[in-house]
Design a binder for this molecule. Structure first.
Ligand code: NCD
Length: 308
C-alpha cells in the first residue's frame, strides 16, 4: 500500500494491523509528553480545499505527535484562490520535497488524480462524494473497541447517503470486516444505482428507520449535507426529522448498549436529537479521539518505512 485513496486499497488484515498500531498510539495520547520520533525528518502537507474541523486538526496533531513537520494549506489563502490549477499547486508544494500529502477536495477522484502526478504518499481526507477512508477506519476502530469483532454485527447507516463519502467508505470497510450493513435514507437521498452495488457488495437498503433500529448492534447517523444540495430533497427539516432523525422517541427502539456514531459536524435537532447525541451510548467524542490514533497509525504505516 503506497497511498490511502480508498478503503479498497487495504485488505482486512491490513485494517487490523492499522488498528493494532492505533491502539499503541492511543496510549501515547494519554502520556504527558505526546511525542514519538517515528516521522522525524519527514514533511507532511495538509491540503484542504474544503472546510474541516476534526479531520484537518487531527491529521495535523497526528503528524506532529509523530515528529513530522506539518504544513497546512487551504483553498482560501493559497494561490488556488488566484486561479492556480490543482495540478500546479500540488506540483509546486511537491517541488519543495514533501513526503506526504493529505488532501481534501470537493471533486470526487481528486486524491487519485493527485497520486498520479506526484511521488509523495497521498492520503485521501475526503474527495467530493466519493470516499473518506480514514473516517471509515476510525469508525470501525471505535466500534471494534466497543463491541469486539465486527464479524456478523449489524450496523445501520442512516441519513443523506447520496452526498456522503463517509457512507461509501464505511460500507466498504464494515463489509470487509464481516459486518452486516443496512443503509437507510428517504428515497430522494438514496443514491441512484445503489441496487446493483448493494447486491454486489452484500449490504441491505431500507426506507424504514423504525423497522431497522430494533435489530441494529450500532447506528451511524450522517449529516444532511445542505451545502451539496441544489434542489429540495425533502419538504421540510421537520419532516426529515420525523422520518429519519434519531429522535428521543426513536432512541427507545435502539438497544441501550448499541453505540451511536456520527462523524460530525452534527446538525442537532435535524438528523440527531440532543438526547441521542449526548446519550451514554453515544460514541461521538470517542470517534474523535480514536480518529487521532487511527490517523497516527495511517501516517506511521505509510511514511515511517519510506526512504526520505
Ligand atoms: C464528514 C466529511 O467531511 O465528509 N465529516 C468529517 O470528516 N468528520 C461528514 C460531513 O461533513 O458530514
Amino acid at each position: 500500500m503506497k497511498h490511502l485513496l480508498s478503503i479498497d486499497d487495504v485488505s482486512a488484515d491490513q485494517v487490523q494491523e492499522i488498528f493494532a498500531t492505533a491502539a499503541d498510539m492511543h496510549d501515547v495520547q494519554r502520556r504527558e509528553v505526546k511525542k514519538l520520533p517515528a516521522l522525524r525528518g519527514r514533511t507532511v502537507i495538509n491540503m484542504f480545499f474544503e472546510d474541516s474541523t476534526r479531520t484537518r486538526s487531527s491529521f495535523e496533531i497526528a503528524g506532529k505527535w509523530l515528529s513530522a513537520d506539518v504544513i497546512n494549506i487551504s483553498a482560501k489563502g493559497s494561490s488556488a484562490s488566484k486561479g492556480e490549477s490543482l495540478r500546479d499547486t500540488v506540483l509546486t508544494v511537491c517541488a519543495m520535497g514533501v513526503d506526504g500529502l493529505v488532501i481534501r477536495h470537493p471533486a470526487s477522484g481528486a486524491a487519485q488524480q493527485v497520486s498520479e502526478w506526484v511521488d509523495a504518499v497521498v492520503i485521501n481526507a475526503g474527495d467530493g462524494m466519493h470516499e473518506h477512508p480514514t473516517q471509515a477506519l476510525l469508525d470501525a476502530y471505535t466500534l471494534q473497541r466497543r463491541m469486539g469483532s465486527l464479524d456478523g454485527k449489524h450496523v445501520a447507516i442512516i441519513g443523506d447517503l447520496t452526498h456522503s463519502r463517509v457512507f461509501r467508505s464505511n460500507v466498504l470497510c464494515l463489509t470487509k470486516l464481516g459486518a452486516r450493513v443496512t443503509v437507510v435514507a428517504p428515497p430522494t437521498l438514496m443514491p441512484s444505482g445503489i441496487g446493483p452495488w448493494s447486491k454486489e457488495a452484500g449490504f441491505a437498503t431500507s426506507y424504514d428507520l423504525d423497522d431497522v433500529l430494533p435489530d441494529a448492534d450500532a447506528v451511524m447517523m450522517l449529516r444532511v449535507q445542505k451545502e451539496r444540495m441544489s434542489g429540495g430533497y425533502f419538504p421540510s427539516a421537520r419532516e426529515y426529522t420525523v422520518g429519519y432523525g434519531l429522535t428521543r422517541d426513536r432512541l427507545r427502539l435502539l438497544r441501550p448498549d448499541a453505540p451511536i456514531c456520527h462523524p460530525g459536524p452534527m446538525n442537532r435537532g435535524l438528523e440527531i436529537a440532543a438526547d441521542a447525541a449526548d446519550a451514554a451510548q453515544s460514541v461521538v467524542l470517542e470517534q474523535v479521539s480514536s480518529g487521532l490514533a487511527v490517523r497516527m497509525a495511517v501516517l506511521y504505516h505509510l511514511l515511517a518505512g519510506e526512504e526520505s
